[in-house]
Design a protein around this ligand. Sequence first.
Ligand code: 3HC
Length: 302
Amino acid sequence: MSIDQVLVAGSGAMGSQIAMVAALAGCTVTVYDVDAARVEQARQHLLERMDAQVTKGRRTREAVDAAFQRLTATTSLADAGAVDLVIEAIVERLPAKRELFAELDGLCPARTVFASNSSSFVPSSMATATTRADRFLNLHFFNPALVMPCVEVVRGPDTASPVVEACLAFVERIGKTAVVLDKEIPGFVANRLLGAVRDEALRLLEGGYADVEAIDTAARTALGYPMGPFELMDLTGIDIGYLTKTARFEVTGDAADAPSRTVSALVEQGHLGRKTGRGFYTYGPSGDRTGVTDLADLKGQH
Ligand code: 3HC
C-alpha cells in the first residue's frame, strides 16, 4: 500500500503547510476548501515562504517549482476523491469533520486511507461516520507544519496494522518523525504536555503573579523553550485551544477542562493571535510583533 496521491481538506495554516510538505516530498496533492479566496490566500503565503527558502539557499528553485506543479486546489470534493490518503485539517468541530468524512466515504475508492489532523477528536469519534474504521487514523502535525518534525500517528480501536505501516512510510517519506500512539486519548502526547504548561501559565497570569511577557521569558530563558506559552498560543491560534477545551469540557463537565476566562474573552472579541493581528500580543501587517495586548481592557475580565 503506497501513498502517492493525497487530498488535504482545509487550506488554513495547517492544511496548506501539510500539503506543501507532501508536494515537496514528491506526492501529488490536491487541497480542498469550500472558500476559493482562502485557498488563494494560502497559495500566496506558500509562494512567499518558498521564495524565502530559495533565497536562503534552503531549496532549489527547480524543486520548489516542481512541488507547486504537483499541488492543485479545488472547491469541489467530487473531483478530488481518487487518492491514496485524505488528511483532514478543517475547523476543530466534530460535526463538521464527521459530515466531511461521511461525504468522502461515498466518493473515495475503498483503498483510500482517511486521516484527521485533529488533536481534540480521537479517531473513533470520526471513523464511525464512515464505513472504513479499519482505514481511519489521526495524523497530527504541529504548527508550523513546514518546520516541526513530529507527526503523531494515532491508532483508533479498529485501525488495521497495514494502514498504520503505510502511514509510517508516508511520514518518513515527507521527512517527518513519527510518534505512534497505540491507544487513542484526546490531545495525544504533545498537546497534553503543552496543555499542562499553557494552563499553568494562564493560572499564573490570571492570579496576577506575573504578566504575559514575564511568563514567556521564563519559559524561553529558564526552560529553553523556543517560544513562551502565550507566544505559542498566538502562533497556533487562540481559537484552536479554546475549541479544544470547549470540546473536552462538553464531554467531562469538569471546570478544569473549560477554557480560561482570558482565552474566552480574547476569542469573544475576535483576537485569535497572529492571524487576526492581535492575541496576547499585537502584530503589524508583516507579522512582526508590535506590542502587548492590555488584557484588563477586555470585556468579561476580572
Ligand atoms: N511557517 C513556516 N515556516 C516558518 C514559520 C511559519 N509560521 N515561522 C518560522 N518558520 C521557519 C522560518 O522560515 C525558518 O526557516 P529556515 O530555517 O529554513 O530559514 C525557521 O522556521 C526558523 O524561523 P526563525 O529563524 O524565523 O525563528 P525561530 O528560530 O524562532 O523558529 C519556530 C520559529 C520554528 C516557530 C520556533 O519558534 C518554534 O519551534 N516554536 C515552537 C513551535 C511549537 O511549539 N509548535 C507546536 C505547537 S502545538 C501544535 O501545533 C498542535 C496543534 O494541535 C495546535
